[in-house]
Design a protein around this ligand. Structure first.
Ligand code: P6P
Length: 342
């Protein structure tokens, strides 16, 4: 039996995907390879962040009013630069940029896609060597090719995503991305400097043992959410509890673990922040797309994240995301709690 043991790099995988779809133009594959290139450059700096003066604050605040770490700016510039010099992206929006950027050269204006990024999520963890990540979403533009990208290109609902993915800079560096055809994970092999297919066709387990939430905000959560969190700590035959609480404070690392092993991640609204903390366009939507393609679910507590109609680039949303069975338990628990509150 001829077993194919060849390790496929990201470039080989995206090019071979093209062979399956001869009508494809190759622009999406090219875009994913560009993102992979920028990720390798960011990875080098993340890995040596403790050794060079790239640690610490940049001395500025981003549109979210959060301290901007030097590595945030470096990462943002890597992704903007590589996409602007590419052939597939008409513009980008980023957590680190107040407004979207429409690339003004002819090739970019004629490109098919726009990208949204959280260039370095969890950057508050940079100085303590905890895993951090990059999150991205790719849409087909709705404005005419040959013109500058418009705000409407970026304010599309998550259901319209063509692809979405993330990088996790951790014990190893991975790039995971989803198209409608599936979710695939690539691990960086430092010996050849290439992302290699390590997690083909990722499926999110129906259930898992992990629940991820910031317990420090417990008494600020709505009553129905508090009820579900309590069930996570109870031993019940139906839900397979009690679960293990795992919350790293780095969304990419938490959601990645739950995607692979099964689990639920929650960032609910609180009395102080009814819309929660996480952004819709470049944090919740990409992960919702990935997790749904992998067989999981993602809601804002009421409707699927992917069906929310965006109105602002940096708008926030409560987020509940993970294994389908655990998400169904959450929905039933919240519905029962809401009946009791009537
Ligand atoms: P809290 C990191 O700043 C982040 O945006 C996510 O990566 C993470 O899940 C969340 O915030 C942690 O927020 O309020 O629990 O510290």
């Amino acid at each position: 039996m001829n077993v194919d043991r060849t390790i496929r790099t990201l470039d080989e995988f995206t090019i071979q995907s093209l062979r399956q779809f001869p009508q494809a133009t190759g622009e999406l594959s090219s875009l994913l390879r560009d993102i992979g290139l920028a990720a390798k450059r960011v990875n080098v700096e993340v890995n040596k962040a403790g050794l060079v003066d790239i640690l610490g604050d940049h001395g500025t605040m981003n549109v979210q009013g959060e301290e901007v770490k030097k590595l945030d700016i470096f990462a943002n510039n890597q992704f903007v630069g590589v996409l602007q010099r590419g052939i597939s992206c008409a513009g980008i929006a980023s957590e680190e940029l107040d407004d979207f950027v429409a690339f003004d050269d002819d090739i970019s204006k004629n490109s098919k896609y726009v990208c949204l990024f959280d260039p370095l999520d969890g950057s508050g963890n940079i100085d303590v060597n905890v895993s951090i990540g990059t999150i991205f979403a790719i849409y087909r533009r709705v404005s005419d090719r040959g013109t500058l990208a418009t705000r409407e290109d970026f304010l599309q609902k998550g259901r319209n995503q063509v692809a979405a993915g993330y990088m996790v800079y951790g014990s190893s560096t991975m790039m995971v991305y989803a198209t409608r055809r599936g979710v695939n994970g690539f691990t960086l092999d430092p010996s050849i400097g290439e992302f290699c297919l390590s997690h083909p066709n990722i499926k999110c387990p129906e259930r898992g043992k992990f629940y991820s939430v910031n317990h420090g905000n417990f008494f600020q959560y709505p009553e129905d959410v508090r009820k579900y969190i309590n069930t996570c700590q109870n031993k019940t035959k139906e839900t397979g509890g009690p679960y293990t609480q795992r919350y790293i404070g780095s969304m990419v690392a938490d959601v990645h673990r739950n995607l692979i092993k099964g689990g639920i991640f929650m960032y609910p609204g609180t009395t102080d922040k009814p819309k929660g903390k996480l952004r819709l366009l470049y944090e919740s939507n990409p992960f919702a797309f990935i997790v749904e393609v992998a067989g999981g679910k993602a809601t804002d507590g009421n409707i699927p994240i992917l069906d929310i109609i965006p109105t602002e680039l940096h708008q926030r949303t409560p987020l509940f995301i993970g294994s389908k069975g655990m998400m169904q338990d959450l929905e039933e628990c919240m519905a029962d709690a809401q009946k009791e509150m009537v």
